[in-house]
Write a protein that binds this ligand. Sequence first.
Ligand code: AMP
Ligand code: GLY
Length: 423
Amino acid sequence: MNVLILGSGAREHTMAWKLSQSPQNPTLFVAPGNAGTASLATNLPLSVTDFGGIAQAVHQNNIELVLVGPEDPLVLGISDYFAADPQLANVPVIGPNKTAAQLEGSKQYAKEFLIRHGIPTAAYAAFTADTLAEGQAFLTTLKAPYVLKADGLAAGKGVLILSDLAEAQSALAEMLVDQKFGAASQTVVIEEFLSGIELSCFVLTDGHSYKVLPTAKDYKRIGEGDTGLNTGGMGAISPVPFADEAFMDKVHQRVVIPTVEGLKKDGITYVGFIFIGLIKVGDDPMVIEYNVRMGDPETEVVLPRIKTDLLTLLHATGQGTLHEVALEIDTRTATTVMAVAGGYPEAYEKGHPITGIDQVKEALVFQAGTAQKGDQVCTNGGRVLAVTAFGADYRQALAESYRGLSHISFQDMYFRKDLGFDL
Ligand code: AMP
Ligand code: GLY
């Protein structure tokens, strides 16, 4: 089977790696990919939002399945684009349609969905420039800290958590009136602050049945002890030790089932991954956000723990026969540590040679921002590569991830040395 993966991060390298192990021997294409995916697949120089170019590549390469990595093409409607074209409609796209993708593309849509289906989440209200005064008055009814979320996609930067009321009121005006996050902050969701520890739960569904995939916890801040700026993710651990059976049972009953059933009630046939961002408040799960794709770097620990052939799972998802496939999970812990370019998530340099990848024997190296220059792999982004390892528990797995990383170097390489500090 010929499979096209859209994206260029370590998530997509992991997807290609997992698919390359399938006994069905798929032929893999990645658009646009990176130096890591080039070793397993044919990279196609296409943007993930160039639907016309992607359609052409699907025809030229007889692609039989498209796996979408990032959210942008989903929110822009790539699944609808395929469904509407008689020549593409029979090529399954693993990723939801434009309506369902609003679960990630619009915070307000997600909150309305959560409330409509009785799924536990923080209380909220939404405001626009026309209702700025009401929004500022609403803030006075809440206790600090104040959570302000740009409604639309803002590359992970659209959430502000502020401790001062006056500061929150002026930030609301900046978002709504000065369009601090562009069109994404034309609507702002203000939310009750929830205090607890975060984790993520992943679900694969064909619109009828579903599989709950391993949990993961990612580390978003650049600095040790979860300090400094937010990043795309500095590492991840799966499973999450505090998500025991009793807690996961609550997640299943109160969150996963009502989410899948809620989609059906809303008339949505959701085909793809649902990433549920949770926070454990006391002993109870609350939903912080939905994403309509797999996480990055969560994929780098979740997929390696799935023993079932990924192609079988994805093919069944596309065919609506997921209930026929059994999901088998590796009970070991997997950890991944992300090596980033010095300066990231602010300004950083690209083009530095990376050495030592081939010396890593104790771990898997999934490349993110890398590019091949002649026979040299060079840095080509902020997050450069993720090193994934297994262990009996997260401490052992992390020791292996760090040992793996010790072979690798590039100029100004940085990684967090404290993953798991909060567990
Ligand atoms: P989101 O993009 O909605 O996931 O928000 C980004 C981050 O902001 C989350 O990962 C949380 O760390 C934090 N956050 C979001 N909503 C809340 C909330 N209601 N209470 C506390 N923290 C939150
Ligand atoms: N690691 C968080 C995300 O993929 O959105």
